[in-house]
Write a protein that binds this ligand. Structure first.
Ligand code: MC0
Length: 140
């Protein structure tokens, strides 16, 4: 079902500072930077590698408000890995087949994600404590 690891999402307190650290320390470069008000994040995708199934990224997430998923996560855990995003060919098909196994869906329908992707989250309580995101990349 999964075509690649699309991204690892990391909760940060200061996006600009974290971008600089990833650029300086690991030589990564910013592929996109967006505010997603629905999700309550200001986020940047830093390119790690490109492959036949698409790119893979580190996604740095700074909350735009304290009561957002990332705001609550930071208050509880501090900075660190927030979720894993897996690439899928068709997010609606993937949601239907995962839901049929009994895993709770945070999103029953796909939402707007980074770089024009269609995304949907699965509930971490049903995925071994790992918040899991399905990512259908935008067609080029
Ligand atoms: C919360 N929990 C997590 C977690 N966030 N466990 C693992 N990883 C996480 N990231 C656990 C809490 O510790 C708690 O466990 C329980 O889930 C309930 O958490 P809560 O925050 O008190 O409660 P809810 O129900 O308000 O929120 C949890 C939920 C939410 C997963 C539904 O965070 C959510 O809707 N997340 C999906 C959206 C999201 O994360 N967006 C930000 C990235 P205990 O044991 O204490 O009950 S947006 C993004 O990434 C986009 C832009 C993109 O990729 O393109």
């Amino acid at each position: 079902m999964f075509t690649r690891i699309d991204h690892v999402g990391i909760a940060v307190r200061d996006l600009e500072k974290s971008i600089s650290w990833y650029e300086t320390t690991f030589g990564l470069t910013v592929a996109s930077q967006e505010v997603n008000e629905e999700q309550g994040v200001h986020e940047a995708m830093l390119s790690v590698a490109d492959g036949p199934a698409g790119g893979s990224y580190v996604q740095l997430l700074e909350p735009t408000r304290a009561d957002s998923p990332v705001g609550k996560f930071l208050a509880r855990n501090g900075e660190g890995v927030h979720h894993i995003g897996y690439g899928v060919e068709d997010v609606e098909n993937a949601l239907a087949s995962i839901s049929a196994t009994g895993v709770r869906l945070v999103d029953k329908r796909p939402r707007h994600g980074s770089m024009g992707a269609s995304i949907a989250f699965l509930h971490p309580k049903d995925t071994g404590g790992v918040l899991t995101e399905l990512v259908q990349a935008a067609k080029h």
